[in-house]
Design a protein around this ligand. Structure first.
Ligand code: FES
Ligand SMILES: [Fe+2]
Length: 390
């Protein structure tokens, strides 16, 4: 993190002073980078990098965090380990390796790795042949909520950094649907997309005419929370949308309280129908950058839906809900990927943002993020921070 950038105002925030032509004043961001789309995700958090079921016993699995390739493998004991996906010998991906007991053998010359990345055996060397090289980086790993989380940052911070707390996940009242998708955009576009409910027009074909009214919002250094009142003002609404709002197949005119929160680096959404005590559904999402430039991210979502009183109904409703959420997600994906393409073409953030809530979440993401790693500035990465920013 040697590179710094000028605390230069963004064209985006300049729009907050609409029509004046003067840039708005911004405090120096903690990440040291002014263009949010050049701010890296802070690695000192637990990030999901795979669904648990994708990492099968005695198998390896390739994943990544911000350009760092990671090999996951599940040993015979059932424990998942995470290693740098590069053999210390000749850099062949360890995710192509073979699991033996709780060690991972590189597919090429069968050097054996322990779960912490140390080399336990080089099969063609005898004991007297000197010490083996140090091995590769091992990442702290945890499994929770059907996901494999790794801690890509300072390993000394892993033990004191909490996993997200999702009490509804294990609750018998809720059923969970899991989503795992790649989206070709910087993670910040996804935070903005979910928080800015003024984009319901985009979903008009699926949700009908939804009128969102921002009741209030607040923010601090780590989080932004917005509360909306949602009124369904007619129009065609999909069955899945009605089912998700706990209204049954037919749906009804309703008012729902929606609370959306970015608590760095995660995001949550709770929907409480009018007169209900508990959320009809709760969404938890993480946007995990895959590439070094962080223009592609993998989104993991857990949608926890309250079970209706009549058992089995939710099971029947599941395909409708799945189809509805997939359609909404496809529309959102279209929009955020278009935003990223525009950024790529223009080489900077020219969005004209006017919603104070979104200006706030940008500050949170900028303030908690980190500069992109220098490797993102190597050959072939002409737009890395410091090289051409500003
Ligand atoms: S490249 Fe991995 S053991 Fe040789
Ligand atoms: Fe959306």
């Amino acid at each position: 993190m040697t590179e710094t950038d000028r605390a230069e105002p963004l064209p985006t925030e300049a729009a907050a002073e609409a029509g004046t032509g003067r840039p708005a004043r911004q405090p120096a961001p903690a990440s040291g980078v002014s263009d949010l789309r050049r701010v890296g995700a802070n690695p000192d958090f637990w990030y999901p990098v795979a669904r648990s079921r994708s990492v099968r016993r005695k198998r390896a699995f390739a994943t990544a965090f911000a350009g760092e390739r990671i090999a996951l493998y599940r040993g015979e004991s059932g424990t998942v380990h995470a290693l740098e996906d590069r053999c210390a010998h000749r850099q062949v991906p360890l995710s192509m390796g073979v699991v033996e007991g709780d060690t991972l053998l590189c597919c090429y010359h069968a050097w054996a790795y322990r779960g912490d990345g140390r080399i336990s055996r080089i099969p063609y060397l005898s004991k007297g042949d000197g010490r083996p090289p140090r091995g590769v980086r091992g990442y702290p790993v945890r499994e929770a909520y059907g996901l494999v989380f790794v801690f890509p940052g300072d390993p000394d911070k892993a033990a004191t950094t909490a996993l997200p707390d999702l009490p509804a996940f294990g609750s018998p009242r809720y059923l969970t649907m899991t989503y795992s998708r790649t989206v070709r955009c910087h993670y910040s576009f996804l935070h903005e997309n979910l928080l800015d409910m003024n984009h319901q027009f985009l979903h008009r074909g699926v949700v009908g005419r939804l009128r969102p009214e921002l009741l209030d919002h607040r923010s601090d250094a780590r989080s932004v929370e917005a509360r909306y009142l949602f009124t369904h003002a007619g129009g065609k609404r999909s069955r899945g949308a009605s089912l998700l709002a706990a209204e049954g197949i037919g749906g009804s005119d309703s008012r729902d309280l929606m609370t959306i929160r970015t608590e760095y680096p995660y995001q949550t959404l709770d929907l409480v129908p009018e007169n209900a005590e508990r959320p009809a559904f709760r969404l938890w999402a993480a946007y995990v950058p895959e590439d070094a430039e962080q223009r592609i991210c993998h989104t993991y979502g857990l949608l926890m839906i309250e079970k209706p009183r009549v058992p089995g109904v939710l099971h029947l409703a599941r395909p409708f809900i799945r189809r509805f959420t997939e359609r909404v997600f496809a529309e959102d994906r279209m929009a955020v990927e278009a935003e990223q393409r525009a950024w790529d073409e223009q080489g900077e953030d020219r969005n004209h943002e006017v919603f104070s809530l979104i200006l706030d979440v940008r500050e949170v993401l900028r303030g908690n993020g980190v500069p992109l790693r220098p490797s993102a500035c190597g050959p072939g990465a002409p737009r890395c921070l410091g090289a051409t920013d500003g």
